[in-house]
Structure formats: C-alpha cells, structure tokens
Design a protein. Structure first.
Length: 109
C-alpha cells in the first residue's frame, strides 16, 4: 500500500512491547520514524503520507508543521481586516527599519 517514500517494517523493542510496526521515511533528505501498534495503523499512516507527498510535493512536506499552524493562525487574525500575512510582514519590516533609524529625543536636540 505504501509507496517508495514510506516503508513499513516490523519493530520490536522490549521497552515498548506494544509498538509492533514502524514507518520509515526519507523526504527531503531527512529520516523520520513513526511507531504503531498495528499493521493497519501503519499502512493507513503511510498511505496518507504518500498522498500528501503527491499533493504537496517535497517542499510542502518539509515545511514545518509549527510554522504552518502559525501561518494559519496569523491569517485568521488578519482576515477581519482584509489583510494578508505578506502585507503584515511588509508592514512590520518597515516598522523595524524605521525603529532602527530612530534616536532618543535628547540626542536629537
């Protein structure tokens, strides 16, 4: 069921006897392992990841989940104002640049 990127192997570890299978993957040069109690769970996970890889490509799979979640939350916060994450970033970069050029009032006088 799993394609070439996600391989299912039997797993045995006396410290974790309930975990019987591992799904190994190497997407974008980074090895990952995910452990499962049943073969069915491992096959389902591997199949879902293969589909995601086909849909999103390697770049999408390498994009950190935390950053994806952060972007989604930021987009939701900006939505009522009709603004995008790109617009917010541009605004903030301009703000930081202006702030870095400012000097204390005593020094300006």
């Amino acid at each position: 069921m799993a394609g070439k990127h996600f391989r299912i192997k039997r797993y045995g570890d006396k410290n974790r006897p309930n975990l019987k299978f591992v799904v190994r993957s190497n997407v974008g040069g980074r090895w990952e392992r995910r452990f499962f109690e049943t073969l069915a769970e491992a096959k389902t996970y591997a199949a879902q990841k293969e589909i995601a890889l086909l849909n999103q490509g390697t770049e999408g799979m390498k994009f950190p989940t935390e950053l994806r979640v952060m972007a989604q939350r930021a987009a939701e916060q900006l939505k009522p104002f009709g603004k995008t994450i790109a617009e917010a970033a541009q605004f903030y970069v301009k703000h930081l640049a202006a702030e870095s050029r400012s000097i204390p009032v005593g020094q300006a006088a």
